[in-house]
Design a protein around this ligand. Structure first.
Ligand SMILES: NC(=O)c1ccc[n+]([C@@H]2O[C@H](COP(=O)([O-])OP(=O)(O)OC[C@H]3O[C@@H](n4cnc5c(N)ncnc54)[C@H](OP(=O)(O)O)[C@@H]3O)[C@@H](O)[C@H]2O)c1
Length: 292
């Protein structure tokens, strides 16, 4: 049985499935068509993409072709996309970027639009201009939300400091979501607690340790607990997040992986959760802690 019906209520008033489908590094019209076909077939109803993934147009094409096959409407699907760091702080480019994403995805609204990264691409991470550019970005996105192009607004890779700053100056629209790297090798307990306290939903990315590293999937504690529970290491890692109320967006191209990643109807006992929380910590994706 799948967990497709598990949703989270966002502070924006909209509902988002807790389980979504990640698409970083999935490219090419045919490959995208096949993975979207399989993900819809097994029950995924939420898709995560970004301007920088360069696959929005192929996702839009696949959804347009495939929704009728599964008797689905646009409103049955939750689409997340993100602003490229190269557009941070530039209202004109932000507007163009949102319009480009809408066109590529063949939709009139984006369910969730995230600031992909707290820094701007063209300046150093340490630049003291970053906070001002973030504020300009948020202000413009709030305008675009008011115009109906975006339903929920959020951020990605924001630290507690970045969130504190945004909450002080959010034009009455707090971020609904913070999408961050989070898995048993990078638990982010402080950030999770902070977000929960502020009503910001945390969505985990790279739950399986990214496409370029199998260290997490092969961790002996992970593989031992998974075999005790008779689930795959990937399923265990995904459930570790879900059981804390954290959303997940696993990426997979292989059909057996896509199917595996939505079959999460089991419980991790307290002792095993504790063991997973005590693993050595490694970061696999980009690190925002030095973005001023
Ligand atoms: N906001 C950000 O800055 C940010 C950063 C990174 C990622 N993300 C988002 O988060 C998504 C997920 O993160 P990620 O792409 O880094 O990768 P991930 O989900 O941690 O891992 C993907 C890797 O795990 C493999 N895999 C998937 N399911 C499996 C299973 N059941 N058993 C064994 N292996 C399995 C995949 O293999 P196959 O592909 O061969 O099936 C792929 O090699 C991204 O696609 C993207 O949407 C966001």
């Amino acid at each position: 049985m799948s967990n497709t019906m598990q949703n989270v209520f966002l502070s924006s008033g909209y509902i988002m499935p807790l389980i979504g489908f990640g698409t970083y590094r999935i490219e090419g019209r045919h490959v995208i068509y096949e993975v979207i076909n399989e993900s819809l077939n097994v029950g995924f109803r939420s898709i995560d993409t970004a301007a920088v993934y360069r696959n929005e147009e192929d996702i839009g094409y696949a959804l347009t072709e495939l929704l009728p096959k599964y008797n689905l409407q646009r409103s049955d699907i939750f689409i997340t996309t993100k602003l490229s760091p190269s557009d941070n702080g530039n209202p004109k480019r932000i507007e163009q970027s949102v319009q480009r994403s809408l066109k590529a995805l063949n939709t009139t609204y984006i369910d969730l639009y995230l600031i992909h990264w707290p820094g701007a691409a063209h300046i150093p991470e340490s630049s003291t201009n970053n906070p001002d550019l973030r504020t300009k970005t948020w202000d413009k996105l709030v305008d675009l939300q008011k115009q109906g192009f975006i339903r929920s607004l959020g951020v990605s890779n924001y630290t507690v400091d970045h969130l504190e700053e945004l909450l002080k100056n959010c034009k009455g629209v707090p971020p609904a979501v913070n999408q961050v790297e989070c898995h048993p090798h990078y638990c982010q307990e402080g950030l999770i607690k902070y977000c929960k306290g502020k009503g910001i939903h945390v969505q985990a990315y790279s739950s399986l340790g990214t496409s370029s590293n199998t260290k997490l999937l092969k961790d002996p504690i992970v593989t031992n607990i998974a075999s005790q529970l008779n689930v795959s290491p990937a399923q265990l890692l995904l459930k570790w997040a879900l059981q804390q109320g954290i959303g997940i967006i696993p990426k997979a191209v292989k059909k057996e992986h896509i199917r595996d990643n939505i079959l999460l109807n089991f419980v991790i006992d307290e002792k095993s959760m504790k063991a997973l929380f005590s693993l050595p910590q490694y970061k696999y994706a980009w690190d925002p802690s030095n973005v001023y």
